[in-house]
Design a protein around this ligand. Structure first.
Ligand code: FES
Length: 124
């Protein structure tokens, strides 16, 4: 059996929503101290909906695929749904990740949470 699913390979080779959003109103950056990978997430939120989302990931293939899938899952979604997104849901949408690569999907969940924290801070 292949180590990585077709979906992981597809999102790794053709990641969706790569880049930055100049006028983002939610930006989050997280890193994993063990592997040194870094993920940055930009969102444009309007009326509590994620109108646009982009990411930059300096990291492994699973981290790139996880960021890509996570952005697809939250684009156009209300914040109430975005808050509920877990790394397990990201990995599941990718048809699974090897156990020792699950932490890469955690980075995606954390990057989104970090961007949301930044959004709420900006509101005050
Ligand atoms: Fe670091 Fe995948 S090995 S995020």
């Amino acid at each position: 059996m292949a180590l990585y699913s077709e979906k992981v390979m597809d999102h790794f080779r053709n990641p969706r929503n790569v880049g930055i959003i100049e006028d983002a109103n939610a930006v989050g950056e997280v890193g994993n101290a063990k592997c040194g990978d870094i993920m940055k997430m930009y969102m444009k939120i309007e009326d509590d909906i994620v109108k646009d989302v982009k990411f930059e990931t300096f990291g492994c293939g699973s981290a790139i695929a996880s960021s890509s899938m996570a952005t697809e899952l939250i684009k156009g979604q209300p914040l109430s749904e975005v808050k509920k997104l877990t790394n397990e849901a990201v990995a599941e949408a990718l048809d699974g990740l090897p156990g020792y690569k699950m932490h890469c999907s955690v980075l995606a969940e954390e990057a989104i949470k970090s961007a949301l924290d930044n959004y709420y801070e900006n509101q005050n």
